[in-house]
Structures are given as C-alpha cells and as structure tokens.
Design a protein around this ligand. Structure first.
Ligand code: ASP
Length: 338
C-alpha cells in the first residue's frame, strides 16, 4: 500500500506566530518550530516535507506574484499539498489557485488558525493535522481530493466557494452556496458526490498571467455619480466586480445605467455579484435588474466575491474575445458556480 508524500508550505499567518514577550505583538517565527510545536505530526501515516516562504507574510500582504510559486515547482514530486496561510485573505488565495491550476488532480488544502500555534487553546493543531490527513487520503493509490480545498474548524470546503465570515470565532469560514466536502468528527466523513472528479490523465497547466486592472464596487443607497465616474474612468481599468443588492438588483436611475453602458462600450467587463452571503444573482427577475441584462452585464450567478475577483484577473490574463470572456465567466470552470 502506497503512503502519501505531502508537501507542507508555510506562507505566514497566525498559525506560525508567537507573541513577542516584550511588546505582546504577534510576529512570525522560524518555520522549523512548527514541527517542534506539534510532535504528533510524526504519527501521521504519510511522509511530510516542509518548505517556507523566505519571509513569511501576513496574508494581507499576499498578491498574485506569490500565488503561482506556491505549487508549480513541486507539483510532480508530491501526492498532496497543505498550504499554511493567514486566514484574512485565504479565500482569495484558494480561489486564485483553483483557476491558475488547470487540470489539478491532487489535493491543495489551505489552512490556518485563529490562535497562534503556541497558544494553549489553539485551533492550529487540529486544523493542521486534519488538513494533512485529508491531503493524504488515497483510494486505489490515487488522491481522493483533486481540487483546491480549505480546511478550518472541522470542515473541508471547496476553496473557491469560501468566505471569511468571522474575525474571532474558530468557525471563521463559510461556504454558503456549496455543501462541505468533508466533515471531521469521530470519523472523517467525505461527501464524495460533491468532490470534483477531473480527468487525471490531462497534464497540469499553470496559468500565471493575472491581470489586476480591476475594481470592486459595492453599491449602497446614495452612492454618488461622481464617485462612480472616477472609478469607472480610471486608466487601464478592464473589469469591475459590481456588488449589487439581493438577486442582482440596483438603482434604475438614468445616470447609473448610462455609466454602465459607457463602460461596457469601452470594453470594460462588468460582473454582477450579490452582496448577500448566500444565494444567486438572477438578472431579469426584478425590473431593477432587467436593464442590466439588456446592456450586457455579465452574471456572476452564485459566485463569491473572492472567486469573482480572482476569476476576473485570470480570464483578463488570457486576452479572450468578449464573447468567449462572457461565456467562460458564466460557466463553471472549477466548480465555483452552480
Ligand atoms: N492577520 C493574519 C493573516 O491573515 C490572520 C490569520 O492568520 O488568521 O495573516
């Protein structure tokens, strides 16, 4: 029976931090200390190699340059990957990697923690140990999980379906539009029907071109025309994720619709996503979204904002025709929309 060879990648975040005894401020520590803090790792039925970013970062400092580096160089040498990452932007990174790693047929599991590994009540140990277990699961000598997942507080989620919902509860993430991939209790229960089943014979393709000339605009009652004009007329702007109300609704005032039309005519892609944490955009359901459909706004359906942002960067990096862009955006590429 084969055992899995897992690569543990430490990028930074609370999970690998200690409190400075003088100032009380959290700072990163040498990654080797992580293994010393959790000797139980040696009991797992897999081999674990570790690498760390030279300078571990708080995830607020993550950017697209870091994303592709995480897996590509090591893909062929391991059966699975566990990425230790700050929780603040973990959903963005997990979503981004899901798009950048086309034909992924191995597990890439993101995890982190709310309390540092050295804290008495830490959630780091369980998150880390179970993430490694999940990543090392094999069936007929092949990985069980073949996608980018996010494991936190007893649940494995599809990475590009997650959002950080709480800054202090251990249950910090939610996947409101897609079921959990696995739940850890006395037994580790895998929800097989919900796992991605890619064709493992197709080679991994890593897409590194992520175009960041985009904006995220959240509507609110009273938002001004001049503010939106400034954003919509920014130099080099190529795409906007527009967070609308409810099932994709927005004001029907003329100035607003005209602004959107002008942007679309200039070739800017506008994606309609809902401000609600769960549910889907359904353009045309109400009068307040019928016009959006007519003028060529793209529906994000039930995609998360994090996945919409990273999918937009990914598709803009491919220089597609506008028809292909729209079709691909509205199609599920990695299980990110229903
Ligand atoms: N600020 C930290 C980070 O995202 C929080 C965490 O690790 O959970 O890097």
């Amino acid at each position: 029976m084969k055992t899995s060879n897992i690569l543990l990648i430490y990028t930074g975040g609370t999970i690998g931090m200690i409190k400075d005894s003088e100032t009380g401020v959290l700072r990163s520590f040498d990654f080797n200390n992580l293994i010393i803090k959790i000797p139980e790792l040696k009991l797992l039925d897999c081999t674990i190699q570790t690498i760390s970013f030279n300078e571990p970062i708080d995830s607020s400092n993550i950017n697209p340059e870091y994303w592709a580096e995480i897996i590509e160089d090591n893909y062929n040498s391991y059966d699975g990957f566990v990425v230790l990452h700050g929780s603040d932007t973990m959903s963005y990174s997990a979503s981004a990697l899901s798009f950048m790693l086309e034909n992924l047929s191995k597990p890439v599991i993101f995890t982190g923690s709310q309390l540092p590994i050295g804290d008495l009540r830490t959630d780091a140990k369980e998150n880390l140990i179970t993430s490694i277990q999940v990543a090392s699961l094999l069936k007929e000598n092949k990985p069980v999980i073949k996608e980018v997942g996010l494991y936190f507080e007893y649940k494995l989620y599809r990475g590009n379906r997650t959002t950080k919902i709480n800054a202090e509860h251990f249950e910090a993430f939610a996947s409101l539009n897609y079921p959990d991939l696995a739940v850890s209790g006395v037994h580790l229960k895998i929800n097989f029907p919900y796992l991605l089943e890619p064709d493992a014979t197709i080679k991994l393709v890593v897409h590194k071109e992520m175009d960041t000339n985009i904006a995220l605009v959240k509507l609110f009652p009273g938002i001004s025309c001049s503010l939106l004009q400034t954003i919509f007329n920014s130099t080099n702007l190529k795409g906007i994720v527009l967070e609308t109300y409810g099932a994709g609704n927005c004001t029907t005032e003329d100035w607003f619709i005209t602004l959107l039309k002008e942007a679309i005519t200039k070739g800017i892609y506008i994606i309609n996503v809902t401000q609600c944490s769960g549910g889907s955009v359904a353009m045309g359901q109400y009068e307040t979204s019928t016009q959006l459909k007519k003028i060529g706004i793209i529906s994000g359906k039930d995609i998360t904002t994090e996945a919409a942002i990273t999918k937009l960067m990914y598709l803009l990096g491919k220089n597609l025709s506008s028809n292909d862009f729209r079709t691909l955006f509205e199609t599920s590429l990695r299980g990110e929309i229903s």
